[in-house]
Design a protein around this ligand. Structure first.
Ligand SMILES: *Cc1c(COP(=O)(O)O)cnc(C)c1O
Length: 383
């Protein structure tokens, strides 16, 4: 998904990302190691996520992609799921794996989030669900999507892989739809290397079935909680879990969620402050964070006026040791998109964002001085 960049020369290197080391992580991992069979870090993480989201129905998964596979576990061949073309392949992969059809739509060019108007146009009698992505931890227009899913009786799935600690008004992302996922991949705000969570807001009955699916299709969970004397094969399933070692790492990071989020938001504010003259001069377009979105500072990006300007800017920064990165290649432009029948030109806003968006270095350990260095370099290159 990333283009290659050539480092020419640098006095100092400003990396794009650095994973965060939380204070308690080594102690927690050693503790889990000392008693792997009796370890309860996964349970603590779930409790913490329940506090954070207000949801009881949470499963830890090896990745956000696995959580999406649970949400789309069983679709009929005619079932259609609408999702944005400017997106990561996890959700469409999960839809195909569940046996359904992928229907792409365009994004809103201000937020890079799925456009409710274009989405509505693509609803048919076979549409089963809308799966939206909260890009950069900036909420989609949930009033619009909750209205759409109600009017057309559709499921709403939230890919909140970027969204831990972010809100739509006062509601945490991933909790507004029927199903949601979080990612704890090493590139995300809170991470344990690889990991995810499945969130279910509705239908507690079907959640019991989800638990069995993740437990090799058995009612082992009922056995473990003393509700039955033995457990047996009950349904079609698999094994999806987060190891206790990963959960120990994750708990340590989750305990610092507020500090991590606050620092990232501060850094985004500083980028905004220093780059405002370029936005005013029309040399770059800023991020738009709508009033309803409480962002978590997951990504700071700018949009260039053209693809050529982005290459010039990214290359110029790399020459000074500053690693800025592009992001998604729209889904329809990879060979899988072509296999599904889509062609270039189908989703102009997604294509334009794919061509012009550039993410700036952003991680908790990034210093204020480094932000100034980056912004000065951007100005020197563009002005
Ligand atoms: C990172 C990411 C995923 C995948 O997360 P995993 O935990 O690696 O499966 C899915 N969707 C989006 C939007 C992402 O950025």
């Amino acid at each position: 998904m990333l283009n290659s960049i050539r480092l020419v020369r640098w006095e100092r290197l400003i990396p794009f990302q650095q994973s965060y080391t939380s204070v308690a992580q080594v102690a927690y991992v050693l503790d889990a190691l000392a008693n792997l069979q009796g370890s309860t870090y996964g349970q603590h993480v779930r409790e913490r996520l329940t506090q954070l989201t207000g949801l009881q129905n949470i499963l830890l998964t090896p990745s956000a992609t696995h959580a999406l596979e649970l949400a789309f576990w069983q679709l009929s061949p005619e079932d259609e799921v609408i999702l944005p073309a400017y997106n990561f392949p996890s959700a469409p992969c999960a839809v195909l794996r569940g046996g359904g059809k992928v229907v792409l739509c365009d994004i809103d060019s201000a937020t890079q989030n799925i456009d409710p108007v274009d989405c509505e146009r693509r609803i048919t009698a076979n549409t089963k669900a809308i799966c939206l992505t909260h890009y950069a931890g900036v909420s989609c227009d949930m009033d619009a999507f909750l209205a759409l899913t109600q009017r057309y009786h559709l499921y709403l799935v939230e890919d909140a892989a970027h969204g831990i600690g972010a809100f739509f008004r006062d509601r945490p992302l991933g909790t507004l739809g029927d199903f949601g996922c979080l990612s704890f991949h090493v590139t995300k705000n809170i991470s344990c290397g690889e990991g995810g969570a499945y969130l279910q807001s509705t239908d507690p009955d079907s959640f019991g079935k989800m638990v069995m699916r993740c437990d090799h299709g058995t009612d082992r969970n009922r056995f473990m909680t003393g509700q039955v004397d033995y457990y047996a094969w009950q349904t079609q399933g698999t094994r999806m879990a987060l190891s206790e070692l990963s959960a120990a790492l994750l708990l340590a990071q989750l305990e610092e969620l507020e500090t991590i989020t606050a620092r990232r938001k501060t850094l985004c504010g500083q980028y905004d402050f220093h780059l405002t003259p370029l936005f005013k001069a029309g040399l770059l377009y800023p991020m738009t964070v709508p009033e309803y979105a409480g962002s978590n500072g997951h990504i700071y990006y700018v949009r260039c006026v053209s693809k050529a300007q982005r290459e010039w800017l990214q290359g110029g920064l790399a020459a000074q040791g500053i690693l800025a990165q592009t992001h998604f290649v729209p889904l329809h432009l990879g060979s899988m998109g072509r296999t599904l029948g889509y062609r270039r030109g189908a989703f102009p806003h997604s294509e334009r964002t794919g061509d012009t968006l550039l993410r700036m270095p952003l991680f908790v350990g990034l210093s204020n001085d480094s932000i100034e260095v980056v912004c000065k370099a951007v100005k020197d290159i563009l002005l």
